[in-house]
Design a protein around this ligand. Structure first.
Ligand code: DX5
Ligand code: ZN
Length: 238
């Protein structure tokens, strides 16, 4: 799955930028559209919030993948699920009660995602992750697009992949940060299901074509699990 991040898009033309990566003639299009919500506190950058997400939901059919880089997600995350986001991801470093939060997000009709920063280990959260539908492994420090991929995080991807493949966890493994034509193969080999890409898509002359190129590179290098492929249309649950 490919999830372009609109952080690198033109914020004055979001509907057009979403359309540029949607299904088109001969193109399956993006699986999810990744929306980076930053509050200027959890990360040193400020982007957009629920009003913009609501407008995007009305402007595109691509399922929205909301990545909340905010303090106090226990208070704010459910609103994104209620609005109609497909997947709502919170940071484990910010959540006070991540198990309860996952239940609340799911009860509001979305998938629940848990994100971990590059320096955050996976092991302490394995029990918590049983309540989540996606694990978002950050491969840059959250806050800005266009940073370089941190390959060390692939050990966490391999661990998560093994736990999913052996039935101990049931979730999508997603990666975010520095994914481009040079890095996607290594991430795919490590076992990523869903690739977020901001600058590699929206800095390209043809964002729609960039999405398909990334998908081909990931498929050539990586694994493919059946339920992930079925999941991509946003109609089935894991
Ligand atoms: C960074 C964001 C990413 C960002 C990725 O904090 O979470 O989603 O848009 O941008 P690239 O793909 O350019 O690294
Ligand atoms: Zn993100």
């Amino acid at each position: 799955m490919i999830a372009p991040s609109i952080l690198s898009a033109d914020f004055a033309r979001l509907a057009e930028e979403a359309a540029a990566v949607a299904r088109g003639e001969g193109r399956p299009g993006s699986d999810w559209l990744h929306v980076d919500v930053m509050d200027g506190h959890f990360v040193p950058n400020l982007t957009l919030g629920l009003p913009v997400v609501r407008s995007l939901l009305a402007a595109t059919d691509i399922p929205l993948d909301c990545h909340l880089m905010i303090e106090d997600p226990d208070r704010w995350a459910v609103g994104y699920a209620e609005a109609g986001a497909h997947n709502v991801t919170v940071h484990v470093e910010a959540a006070a009660d991540p198990v309860r939060l996952a239940k609340d997000i799911r009860a509001a009709g979305a998938r629940a995602g848990l994100s971990i920063k590059p320096g955050t280990p996976l092991e302490p959260y394995l029990d918590v992750l049983r309540h989540y539908d996606t694990l978002l492994v950050m491969s840059v420090e959250p806050g800005f697009g266009g940073q370089s991929f941190i390959p060390d995080v692939l050990d966490k991807v391999r661990t998560a992949r093994r736990l999913v493949d052996t039935g101990h966890l049931k979730l999508l493994v997603e990666i975010d940060g520095g994914i481009n034509a040079d890095t996607i193969a290594a991430a795919a080999e490590a076992g990523v299901d869903c690739f977020v890409a901001g600058s590699a898509v929206y800095d390209a002359d043809d964002p729609g074509r960039a999405v398909e190129r990334l998908r081909q590179a990931a498929l050539a290098a990586g694994h493919r699990s059946e339920w992930t492929a079925a999941d991509a249309d946003g109609t089935s649950s894991p």
